[in-house]
Ligand binder design. Structure first.
Ligand code: LHQ
Length: 259
């Protein structure tokens, strides 16, 4: 249910249940999680590119998985989050490699918020982000209550979450929720070029950059200066830094190895 290919340092992950708009069932969760673990462990993976097969990115939780009409006790969705969603969200954020998301079509519920947890989000102009939870009596999950509020502020976060109105890709870009909206036909070319460029870059430094920027919203200016010092100390000892400076002085293109 997740197609995975490693090409030029980019681990392509394609959510692949197109007949269900790539809604998440347990199988897809396991597959995505194990691929993200692979991305973490394998030094040959220098960037990840996440997208969806077919006309949607992901419709969130597969609502057919637990049909309430079948009866039985109410489900423990907290357990579902703890077991399946939260480890994946934590892995996406803690992975010290750039994760690019190409939102090829509708992204709803947890599907929208998984996209928003990626580092650089490109969306097809026809894509929409829907905080669908309120329509079925649920609350935003998969990190959405955090990312929407941090990025947009309470007024827009609350309106999106309470109304479940679809947010067009262009507006998402205008509001700073994503990096950019691009023409539908150009999405995969742009996302691939970006992922390949980053994968060929000084990825150790990019991983440290990711960690640093994510730490910023939780701390003070003073504490952040300390974190920058520590990260720069580490980056300054990397082979890529030596190569970057040598290439600059020799007026040639650098060859980075992510070390
Ligand atoms: C689907 C789904 C879907 C199954 C489309 N499931 N089949 C929840 C609970 C548990 C634990 C933790 O977390 C969560 C978090 C969540 O993610 S809750 C939110 C779940 N998602 C939604 O409520 C979105 C439901 N889907 C929709 O509102 C629409 O499908 C959207 C707006 C995404 C797309 O609309 P359309 O473009 O009109 O497509 P469609 O509705 O015709 O869907 C195409 C097919 O995909 C259709 O199947 P069919 O056999 O009739 O062709 C849908 O039933 C199926 N599908 N979403 N989440």
């Amino acid at each position: 249910s997740v197609l995975a290919t490693l090409d030029r340092g980019v681990l392509w992950l394609v959510l692949n249940r197109p007949e269900k708009l790539n809604a998440f069932n347990e199988d897809m969760h396991r597959a995505l999680r194990s691929q993200l673990d692979r991305a973490h462990e394998n030094a040959a993976v220098r960037a990840v590119l996440l997208t969806g097969a077919g006309r949607g990115f992901s419709a969130g939780q597969d609502l057919g998985d637990r049909d309430p009409r079948r009866g039985g006790p109410p489900p423990d969705l907290g357990h579902t989050l703890e077991t399946f969603y939260n480890p994946t969200l934590r892995r996406l954020r803690s992975l010290e490699k750039p994760v690019i998301c190409a939102v090829n079509g509708v992204a709803a519920g947890a599907g929208a918020n998984i996209a928003l947890a990626c580092d650089i989000v490109l969306a097809a102009r026809s894509a929409r982000f829907i905080q669908a939870f309120s329509k079925i009596g649920l609350v935003p999950d998969a990190g959405g209550s955090w990312s929407l509020t941090r990025i947009l502020g309470e007024p827009r976060a609350k309106a999106l979450a309470m109304t479940a109105e679809p947010l067009p890709a262009d507006t998402a870009a205008e509001w700073g929720l994503i990096w950019k909206a691009v023409e539908d036909e150009a999405l995969m070319d742009e996302a691939t070029a970006l992922a390949e460029r980053l994968a060929a870059g000084a990825t150790l430094g990019l991983g440290l950059t990711k960690r640093l920027i994510q730490a910023a919203s939780g701390g003070s200016f003073d504490a952040q200066l300390d974190l920058e010092r520590d990260a720069q100390r580490r980056a300054g000892q990397s082979a890529d830094y030596a190569e970057g400076v040598a290439a600059f002085l020799e007026k040639r293109a650098p060859v980075f190895r992510g070390q």
